[in-house]
Design a protein around this ligand. Sequence first.
Ligand SMILES: Nc1ncnc2c1ncn2[C@@H]1O[C@H](COP(=O)(O)OP(=O)(O)OP(=O)(O)O)[C@@H](O)[C@H]1O
Ligand SMILES: [Mg+2]
Length: 255
Amino acid sequence: MSVESIKPDRLKKIASPTNIIFGNSKGGVGKSTLALMAGLGLATRHQNADIEIIDLDPQATSSDSLQRFTNERFSVVRDEDFFLASGSPNNGNIVNHIGHDRARPQRQKFIIFDSPAGSDPIRSSFLLHCDIIFVPTSVADADVFATHKFLAGLQELIDKRSTADERLPAVVILPNMVDCRDDFNNVRHAFGAEPFLLGHPLYYAPIYRRAFRADEGDVSVKLLLKQAKPYLKWLVDVISNHDSLPRMPAKLYQL
Ligand SMILES: Nc1ncnc2c1ncn2[C@@H]1O[C@H](COP(=O)(O)OP(=O)(O)OP(=O)(O)O)[C@@H](O)[C@H]1O
Ligand SMILES: [Mg+2]
């Protein structure tokens, strides 16, 4: 299909990629697991879209284990040019990459960033070019505490942006490894005053610990996708409809 034959409203929708990041300075909260699930979930739902996973983690969890799924429309990128010598993100190069001329501009594209523990929002201005910033957290006190700090950094980055009319990313807190409904209510309470969005809970289940296992026939990943089907449907819906998400609610807004 040529670009000329696509209706203008659809062209507008697909001309720029949808950029999603899973970020939290706290380690082990599920950033890589959720990035993998989102990538595979989007690839399944949007069969004509290109999906690109960008691994910003020096540990390369995503890029190593997802290589086996790559094909013409599913790619995994790890590029030294996305980092400065200090290890911080090279914001200019990342933003350039997001906005560069696409090889296949007629196709919808989703870019998913997996980011490392320890990343500082203030040094990550490329975050302002994302459509959704997902912030996974567990319900453990230490993780909730660290997540508050990360959200405060995000808020500072948003407040310091140069042009006030820039479209803001939607910030969605994702409670992960939740044990029971009470756990979820505790998270909701803990983040009650934050001007961000609260996602559905992902419950603790051993299958998620095998998300990166390359076993024969990918049985673990298939089982994970099956077990997480309702959650993935919700997550992919949120990503697909990101334009209609509230940006900065007065207080926590439950999706
Ligand atoms: N819902 C869940 N239930 C059970 N285990 C989970 C769940 N989500 C993630 N895990 C496990 O928790 C561990 C940490 O997850 P993951 O590596 O995705 O976190 P991360 O935030 O990317 O960590 P890092 O900051 O080190 O990159 C992994 O062993 C993963 O399999
Ligand atoms: Mg990780």
